[in-house]
Design a protein around this ligand. Structure first.
Ligand code: 13P
Length: 256
């Protein structure tokens, strides 16, 4: 059984003060829930603060939204894996569609970052997903296969096992328009098939594939109830500590 993983991608939201308020409510609400993996992904400027806030709890992990693939050097504005590790960051979101479309990240760049993250013992959450034009043009499978093979090129089965995939259809991000459970399941099953072709069936069965795109409490259970949907990468709805708690509780109801 793959353990479900629910992550809060705060994007460019949450000052340190706002992170404090979030944690104050969230830690009370969530208690010691550990039936699913829980990850908070603040902006860089709030990482240290949230890391401190989580220092006494075991069940909530810290993630970052991006990193550079080099270890150090003249890369103004960038952050290395080691800098993240120092703050007890465990996960790093890579190749989010906003990074791909607004900041020119290619599969090749995502691949370099993924390898660097794994070498530094960070678990990458590698994002893939088609645009609406690509879906309407019947190119979903082609796009997903290209992004997977490009972003994960050269990874060993063990490294693939340490990687989380996030399927985030671009047309569902921040739009309120969620993929139907059937649409999402179809994409997730296809992704798992490609992962099997890139490694082997046993490895592909272990890799967790999150869904992202307008996840909210009301649609969590039906999405995460699908056979190949192993969690959620939540944007907007993760900014509210009670709403995010409810998403986690909904995921847990599936576990009986
Ligand atoms: P929303 O949940 O706001 O649609 O964002 C999804 C996302 O991009 C998470 O990484």
């Amino acid at each position: 059984m793959r353990k479900k993983i629910i992550a809060a991608n705060w994007k460019m939201n949450m000052t340190q003060g706002e992170s404090d308020s979030f944690l104050e409510t969230f830690l009370l609400e969530i208690g010691d829930e550990k039936r699913v993996d829980i990850v908070l992904v603040p902006p860089f400027t709030a990482l240290a603060r949230v890391s401190d806030g989580l220092s006494k709890v075991q069940n909530i992990k810290l993630g970052a939204q991006n990193m550079h693939w080099e270890k150090s050097g003249a890369f103004t504005g960038e952050i290395s894996a080691e800098m993240l590790r120092e703050l007890f960051v465990r996960f790093v979101v890579l190749g989010h569609s906003e990074r791909r479309s607004l900041f020119g990240e290619t599969d090749e760049i995502v691949n370099k970052k993924t390898k660097a993250a794994l070498e530094a013992s960070l678990k990458p959450i590698v994002c893939i997903g088609e645009t609406l034009a690509e879906r309407d043009g019947g190119q979903v499978e082609q796009v997903l296969e290209r992004q997977l093979r490009g972003s994960l090129a050269g990874l060993s089965p063990q490294q693939l096992d340490d990687t989380v995939i996030a399927y985030e259809p671009v047309w569902a991000i921040g739009t309120g328009r969620t993929a139907s459970p059937a649409q999402a399941q179809e994409a997730h099953a296809f992704i798992r098939g490609i992962l099997a072709a890139m490694s082997d069936n046993a490895t592909a069965e272990k890799i967790r594939i999150q869904y992202g795109g307008s996840v909210k409490p009301a649609n969590t259970a039906e999405l995460l109830g699908q056979a190949d949907i192993d969690g959620a990468l939540v944007g907007g709805a993760s900014l509210d500590p009670r709403g995010f708690t409810e998403i986690i509780k909904q995921a847990c109801t599936l576990l009986g």
